[in-house]
Design a protein around this ligand. Structure first.
Ligand SMILES: N=CN[C@@H](CCC(=O)O)C(=O)O
Ligand SMILES: [Zn+2]
Length: 411
């Protein structure tokens, strides 16, 4: 089955060679073709270029894109979309003056979500999660990483990872599973963080590896959660099972998480709302992708990742949602790119690069996704009629997506 998209106002992120990521000044450049066509065979991009007479009559299906933009789908490399219920009450508590930290110290936060999830059946958890996945796909997300970490017991962590596996099986978009057993210390291990880390390493990890339930390993490296020592123990253990790290660091405090991530060759270090010059130097000498989560900063009213500082230092940057019930109850990548432009002073080109090709790198799929390249999967966004691609971040809150294609098929 062949499909041709014709009269495309502008085809974005066209890359002739398979690049892995773009860094620093390169992020300002978003290659594109105006008045373009794009030819798809089954699930793959097979050709594209400037519109010409040969475009007519060569495909089984023709999609007229007059006035519309075509681009690769958003790639969301950091989410927690498998969770139970919500934390609306904590949202109101914060409005009334409590901080995120104070709520966690009172037994709310991640352990609150864990209690809810432990009392939710696998079937119900799947139903709640698939609804969120379907919603974000309609908003243009064509690949998603999903973390465990709201189980905090061997049984509940496995339940989360099985739900992620089911999502992987039922939906056509790439889904990567990350084991985040060390997300918070559960009540049963109060004042015994080392004991919980032992359980993560000695009980959870082998069982997860045995069922091949995870692609990556994560830990919340932060004051009041897990130390650098805990982080290194977990990452070393994950490595034995072939799990590359993608870790939560520098959300509230700089405690050395970036250096630990780079030391263990992390695919990405995520959050970075606070970051030191030393961290930037360490990242410069690494293959690790920094990932910013602007919706989290928006929702918690915490600093935004200093994107300008990172990009101007020559680093790459990816953007993701962090969709979760506590700090970011939104999986809308369109809002993420708008917020990155508005609050972090990224240009539209930088934000689109960060949410497509660099995001693909942060998920380990840049060989097959993240750009319009011959041989890559046809995961595409077709916009509504808009004046230019800059309109996407500019018109924040407006849904400018006409349709989304996964593996060449409209969803
Ligand atoms: N910071 C750690 N984990 C999640 C939030 C967890 C929660 O509050 O439920 C995050 O990335 O923001
Ligand atoms: Zn997160």
């Amino acid at each position: 089955m062949t499909t041709i998209f014709i009269n495309i106002k502008e085809l974005l992120q066209t890359r002739t060679s398979t690049i892995e990521k773009v860094s620093g000044q390169e992020m300002k450049i978003l290659p594109s073709i105006k008045n373009a066509y794009l030819l798809v065979k089954d699930d793959e991009i097979i050709d594209y270029g400037v519109m010409n007479d040969t475009c007519f009559g060569i495909a089984d299906e023709v999609i007229d894109c007059t006035g519309k933009i075509v681009m690769p789908t958003w790639i969301d490399s950091h989410t927690h979309i498998v969770y139970a219920g919500n934390r609306e009450q904590e949202f109101v508590d914060r409005i009334n003056g409590l901080t995120y930290e104070e709520i966690a110290n009172r037994g709310g936060g991640i352990v609150n979500s864990a209690e809810k999830l432990q009392n939710t059946s696998e079937e119900d958890l799947y139903k709640q999660s698939k609804k969120r996945l379907e919603e974000v796909m309609q908003l243009g997300t064509g690949a998603v990483e999903i973390k465990s970490g709201y189980g905090l017991t061997p049984e509940a962590e496995m339940k989360m990872l099985r739900v992620i596996r089911k999502l992987k099986q039922e939906y056509k978009l790439p889904v990567k599973a990350t084991f985040l057993g060390a997300h918070a210390v559960p009540k049963a291990f109060k004042n015994n963080t080392a004991g919980y880390i032992d359980q993560v390493i000695n009980e959870m990890l082998p069982a997860i590896a045995n069922e091949n339930l995870a692609d990556y390993i994560d830990i919340f490296c932060e004051k009041g959660y897990f130390s650098i020592e805990d982080t290194k123990r977990v990452l070393a253990a994950g490595k034995k099972y072939g799990l590359k790290p993608k870790i939560h660091v520098n959300q509230f405090n700089i405690i050395g998480g970036v250096a630990a991530g780079v030391e263990y060759n992390a695919l990405s270090v995520d959050h970075l709302e606070v970051i030191s010059d030393e961290d930037i130097e360490i990242l410069k000498n690494s293959e690790t992708m920094p990932v910013a989560l602007p919706s989290c900063s928006y929702f918690l009213s915490i600093p935004y990742t200093p994107a300008r500082k990172l990009i101007d230092a020559g680093l790459p940057l990816a953007l993701a949602t962090d969709f979760n019930p506590g700090s970011t109850p939104s999986g809308n990548m369109n809002f993420v790119i708008s917020t990155a432009c508005i609050k972090m002073k990224m240009t539209p080109e930088e934000a689109i690069n960060a949410a497509t090709i660099n995001a693909a790198y942060a998920m380990g799929i840049s060989e097959s996704h993240g750009s319009i390249t011959v041989g890559k999967k046809a995961n595409l966004i077709l916009t509504k009629e808009i004046p230019s691609y800059g309109f996407l971040p500019y018109a924040f809150g407006t849904n400018n997506i006409d349709s989304v294609f996964i593996n060449g098929k409209k969803i």
